[in-house]
Design a protein around this ligand. Sequence first.
Ligand code: IMP
Ligand code: MG
Length: 182
Amino acid sequence: MYQEAADIDHIIIDENHLKDRVTELGAEITRDYQGESILLVGILKGAVIFMADLARAIRCPISIDFMAVSSYGNQTESQGVVRFIKDLDEPIENKHVLLVEDIIDSGLTLNYVVEHLKLKNPASLKICALLDKSKSRTKAVKVDYIGFDVPNEFVVGYGLDYAQRYRTLPYIGILKPQVYMA
Ligand code: IMP
Ligand code: MG
């Protein structure tokens, strides 16, 4: 076992569950958009792995773009401050935009991004998040597609990091406590 896998205390969503749920989400999105072109907007970097799989599970014409915001630094608790790092490459006016996020915790990040995108007049704007820590929401956001509800614990894997590590683990897991203390 390599070091990153050895740092995991336990797995909460395994590879097969992720795969099945992403397939279901893709089918649901395909039905809802009925062949319309969709612009997937991923929020860097956490959404990258999920978005790569989700994009291939949707049977509609897809284009992709990315934005980067930062709300965390290397801490495991939200600082309540959202910093804007990278805007979209292309205009989204009159496009069907589906925002893809790894996890919604307080809701601060997504709220900020949604308000910013609304000003650009997309034809529609929906949100798809792989994970939802619904119990720790401080800012209400309407999420259209959710992969899994997760408990209020810090999770890593399948795109989600701790201090930029663990993103390539194929499952969602909880780190051993000593990893934070190291
Ligand atoms: P929010 O602004 O509190 O909703 O935080 C959302 C962002 O914080 C996500 O896009 C993640 O990048 C990060 N985040 C929140 N919870 C976790 C977690 O458990 N593991 C890894 N990243 C997290
Ligand atoms: Mg994120």
